[in-house]
Design a protein around this ligand. Sequence first.
Ligand SMILES: [Zn+2]
Length: 416
Amino acid sequence: MRSVRVWARLLGVEKGVVVEGVDYDEDADALVVSVRPRRGSKGLCGRCGLEAPGFDQGRGRRRWRALDLGEVKAYLEADAPRVTCPVHGVVVARVPWARHDTGHTYAFDDTAAWLATHCSKSAVGQLLRVAWRTVGEIITRVVADARAAHDPFDGLRRIGIDEISYKRGHRYLTVVVDHDSGRLVWAAPGRDKATLRRFFDELGETRCAAVRLVSSDEAHWIDKVVKERCPNATRCADPFHVVAWASNALDEVRREVAKATRGPGGKGHAQTLHRARYALWKNPENLTERQQRTLEELLDTHHPLFVAYLLKEQLRLVFRTRGYAGVDLLDQWVDWARESGVPQFRDLAVTITWHRDSIDAALIHGLSNGRVEAVNTKLRLLTRIAFGFRSPDALIALAMLDLGGYCPPLPGRQAA
Ligand SMILES: [Zn+2]
């Protein structure tokens, strides 16, 4: 193998690229590989890829960061001539090794995207020697390209619409999840009718008509836009939110009981209740032995709290049962909650009765809680990891890589 081909192979630029020379830049402490597009490949517009006549030499030679080779940083260096595109005017010509208007090669971009979804923030930064902000810019363009390459809305029938807070609860994203694939399909900053209408605009009339089920919380703005845009869709309550109502009610009961036990002699109780916080939140199948004992103590000492706990668990069971059996179970649940003597759950029974149509629809159409819950939990985690990105687009890109199925394979390896 001739050494130029070895270099091309090492850098992952074998197709349409000629390696002209390799040099070591002492000042930059980096390997610099001079390349050019193979002769014969015509000038292409950097933005749209249309053939375009040459314009000038632009701003001379440029460098693109490639993956490190061994211990040293590596760059590709090449001319960056400009062409005249009939659509975009004078632009830098397309190069086969990098995206338009970027300073990193495709292989570098894909590696950054892969690492961002598999490693910690600091690991990505140290390994690639780039700022987290730069990673944000890289993944934004990786995801934009992937979404442009194939229809992200193909075959959407059953979707979930939700809002999620970021920037410590000061900003919101509207997110759309595909119930059938469990994937995140769309997200945008904002939580209002205008934001959601943008999603349905992108979806287009035909695909809107194909949507059969839309699950969401009981927010009025979602309901209104769905009715307006999806003529054939049934609106379902989002099981995740209904169960969250019960968890909140349970937490209120716990706080009330905790307040009542304060004062002389109440210290032991207060500690049990504090410990119980985690036990009450957890699903019973995930409890540790110690947490199980804590719950048993509750059974003995804090009757209303234990009833509240059982009511929350029973409501989860309703959504795991689903179908008409789930509807029957929910009837029984409402009766039980009403007579439970726990005011928070009596109120919840009223709320649930008020939204019975959309909750029953969710049960009958078999929407499961699991997938949406998993996406929600991961999204929350991602909003924290994304802290430090400059724009919400980067947060959305990170979410799409991880939850939308857009993570590229590592360079030189097949997709998993
Ligand atoms: Zn163009």
